[in-house]
Design a protein around this ligand. Structure first.
Ligand SMILES: Cc1cc2nc3c(=O)[nH]c(=O)nc-3n(C[C@H](O)[C@H](O)[C@H](O)COP(=O)(O)O)c2cc1C
Length: 139
């Protein structure tokens, strides 16, 4: 909830899901969420369109919140994964049904949180060709 948001609109809602039957439902409609039932907790980050002041910005605001959440989990020695829901229509609809979300509360991502089974070194993806000074240059 400390994330920046357009006009400070803070359009997020966070659902903390710990019921096993709910966690187990996600892989039935989300092909890349098999890890969700293995975690004790998953946080579903949603945008509440009723709270939006600057139309079109809820995805950006809530994405900033998801990233903060991932960094916070890592800093606590936990593991977390951004698992996308929006804009996949079926994932959004099934999540809304499962968690009884109001129509205007759109699930952006489900983030399972747990104790990591393995430790990986940080990714090294810096690519100087993607950095441009003053004007865009094809490299
Ligand atoms: C919008 C978005 C959706 C994602 N959806 C999934 C997902 O459904 N399942 C998953 O395991 N990872 C998902 N990821 C994580 C990416 O696969 C991951 O960030 C990428 O492979 C790079 O790996 P790293 O973040 O561990 O360095 C998603 C990431 C983003 C930003």
């Amino acid at each position: 909830m400390s994330a920046p948001s357009a006009g400070n609109e803070q359009p997020w809602q966070f659902l903390l899901v710990s019921e096993k039957s709910l966690l187990e439902a996600f892989p039935t409609f989300h092909p890349f969420a098999n890890m969700v039932p293995e975690a004790p907790l998953a946080i579903v980050v949603c945008g509440d369109l009723r709270l939006e002041k600057v139309p079109g910005n809820w995805v950006i605001d809530c994405s900033a919140a998801v990233e903060n959440l991932l960094i916070a989990a890592q800093s606590l020695g936990l593991g977390a994964v951004w698992s996308g829901l929006y804009p996949e229509e079926e994932r959004v609809r099934k999540t809304q049904e499962l968690l009884e979300l109001p129509e205007k509360v759109i699930p952006l991502a489900i983030v399972p949180v747990g104790h990591p089974a393995e430790q990986k070194p940080p990714a090294r993806r810096f690519d100087a060709s993607r950095v441009h000074h003053n004007r865009f240059q094809e490299k």
